[in-house]
Design a protein around this ligand. Structure first.
Ligand SMILES: Nc1ncnc2c1ncn2[C@@H]1O[C@H](COP(=O)(O)OP(=O)(O)OP(=O)(O)O)[C@@H](O)[C@H]1O
Ligand SMILES: [Mg+2]
Length: 387
């Protein structure tokens, strides 16, 4: 397939001449005769290269170049500035605007062809896939104490055991039970990071604050120090944490606590997958229905929300799973059995349940959930690679 080159010039004769020269070398050419048209065609037709005249009546070539560079969909297209100007200053301005090369008119056809060929070869070399953004998975409880943190932790542990490289983040300042479940009582990385100015919240700064469990499970944890809860930070800082975590593991798994609040309202927009956790009792069902309505109202990514029930006790108050599905109008992604003995054993051993007893019923259920989520995570990651 021949490379497609967009030629931008307000002078029709010049367009024809350059077009012919390039066609003779086997390139496919198309044209724009004004800056604005060039921007539209570049964005819609994705040329392999743009040859850009500097002096045009509506918008000069430097401005076109800057705008092409500012737009993510056209940012990577190589640009040769083509003009009658010969002053060094003009060349400098062209490179500053983001041009890859500069040619002066009139140009010998052979020189044009060799420059075009060289730039195209260079850009093909540089077109390595950009590293994909990590996928984020958030866990939210419809209310407190349903087992949200336990499920988030064990899902991450199960992904680690499957050979993935998850990283955890616990946003519950001063209520950080996740670190405690791993025996990392002193880990307070989240408070340290959220105490910093937003601009400093970056993958490199966060990496420094990650704590590690001896299983290899890593995370940015909150501690149980009540004063942590008093730390005031802008929501943008929480967003910066969420996005930085994407660079530190695949997937990034978040404990978002329970119930709706300003933090969840904002952070849920950053979650590629969202797991809603509840116990199957009447009150929780109503709370779940309302929370789902709220979360789905924002309409980001259909099918990203998964409902999981955790059966704490066997009692007559417990609603059968099929009735839960009916009430919520959706399938349950997982049903987790009551496992209080294993849960407390795991807490004492400072080890996730799935690692302590991989063959327990509850471990199998969580492993199945994590496999299911992982299929979606991998699909999302590979679709990022293709775009
Ligand atoms: N599958 C389970 N069966 C029985 N008990 C469980 C199960 N999972 C967790 N638990 C227990 O339930 C209690 C609450 O668990 P966890 O801290 O994970 O809940 P949470 O929803 O995150 O609570 P909080 O709202 O305080 O953050 C813990 O004592 C935990 O050991
Ligand atoms: Mg919790």
């Amino acid at each position: 397939m021949s490379e497609r080159i967009l030629i931008v010039d307000d002078d029709i004769d010049s367009l024809k001449l350059i077009g012919l020269m390039l066609q003779r070398h086997g390139y496919e050419v198309f044209a724009a005769n004004a800056g604005a048209q060039a921007l539209t065609k570049a964005a819609s037709d994705h040329p392999d290269m743009i040859i850009l005249d500097v002096m045009m009546p509506d918008m000069d070539g430097y401005e076109v170049c800057r705008r092409l560079r500012a737009n993510p969909s056209t940012r990577a297209i190589p640009i040769i500035m083509f003009t009658a100007k010969t002053l060094v200053d003009d060349k400098v301005a062209g490179f500053e605007a983001g041009a890859d090369d500069y040619l002066t008119k009139p140009t010998h056809p052979a020189e044009l062809a060799s420059r075009v060929k060289a730039i195209l070869a260079r850009s093909a070399n540089q077109r390595r896939p950009t590293p994909p953004k990590g996928i984020t998975v958030g866990f939210v409880g419809v209310k407190g104490g349903v087992g949200t943190t336990t499920l988030a932790l064990n899902t991450a542990a199960s992904l680690l055991m499957a050979g993935e490289n998850p990283v955890l983040a616990d946003f519950r300042l001063g209520l950080g039970s996740m670190g405690l479940m791993l025996g990392l009582d002193q880990a307070a990385g989240m408070a340290t990071i959220l105490g910093k100015p937003t601009a400093e919240i970056q993958p490199a700064t966060i990496e420094h604050e990650l704590a590690s469990h001896n299983s290899g499970l890593r995370g940015l944890f909150s501690s149980a120090t009540p004063r942590e809860a008093l730390i005031k930070y802008p929501l943008e800082s929480a967003v910066a944490v969420a996005n930085s975590m994407r660079a530190l593991g695949q997937p990034a798994v978040f404990d978002l606590g329970c119930g709706y609040n300003a933090l969840l309202n904002r952070l849920q927009l950053e979650m590629d997958q969202l797991v809603l956790v509840l116990d199957p009792i009447q009150i929780s069902l109503i709370m779940a229905r309302e929370l789902l309505r709220e979360l789905e109202g924002t309409g980001t990514g259909a099918g990203r929300i998964h409902v999981v029930i955790i059966n704490h006790v066997h009692s007559s108050a417990q609603i059968p799973w099929n009735e839960v599905e009916q009430f919520l109008g959706r399938e349950l992604r997982a049903i987790i059995s009551d496992a209080r003995d294993l849960a407390s054993q795991a807490a004492r051993a400072a080890m996730p349940m799935v690692m302590l007893q991989p063959n327990a019923i509850v471990s199998n259920q969580i492993t199945k959930l994590s496999e299911d989520l992982n299929i979606r995570i991998r699909a999302m990651a590979s679709s990022q690679l293709m775009t």
